[in-house]
Each structure stands twice: as structure tokens, then as C-alpha cells.
Design a protein around this ligand. Structure first.
Ligand SMILES: [Zn+2]
Length: 81
């Protein structure tokens, strides 16, 4: 059955469990996070930036029902602009 909500776009990612097609999140496993700070003249610190090193797999989940959609992850990454 073609979706009436997405005319003309055949390959929108849709959660097969709940039908959500708007909200998704990635979960990165085994991440080393490094946070950089600058110390000010009064001894306080100001946050500068973070770097991340992902050593484990990155999973994709539905943002509505939390279904594991990792089998869509490659396609998901190709469609991030
Ligand atoms: Zn869902």
C-alpha cells in the first residue's frame, strides 16, 4: 500500500513497528569521549569542545518505540545532509 503521507518519495525510512518516520536516534557503543576545557585567569574553566572515538558498533533506533532499526543504518547514514 503506498503511503499517502509521502507522495513522490519512495524511500523514506519508516519504523515497521509503529510507523514513525520522523524521529530516530543513534546509540554508539564503546565510546571514548575527550572533553577540552580552557582555564580562565580566575581559576574557573570554560568548556571548549569534545572529541569522540567510537570503538564499538553504532546502532539505529526508532525515536518513538525504541525498536532496533540497525538494519537501516547504512541507508540512514547515506541520507544525512
Ligand atoms: Zn517505532
Amino acid at each position: 500500500m503506498p503511503s499517502a503521507r509521502t507522495p513522490g518519495i519512495a524511500n523514506r525510512l519508516v519504523c515497521p513497528t509503529c510507523g514513525n518516520d520522523e524521529e530516530f536516534f543513534e546509540l554508539a557503543n564503546d565510546v571514548i569521549q575527550t572533553s577540552y576545557y580552557i582555564q580562565n585567569s580566575d581559576g574557573s574553566f570554560t568548556y571548549d569542545s569534545d572529541t569522540y572515538q567510537v570503538n564499538g558498533e553504532v546502532q539505529l533506533f526508532c525515536g518513538t518505540c525504541q525498536e532496533d532499526l540497525s538494519y537501516y543504518h547504512q541507508r540512514f547514514k547515506e541520507m544525512i545532509f
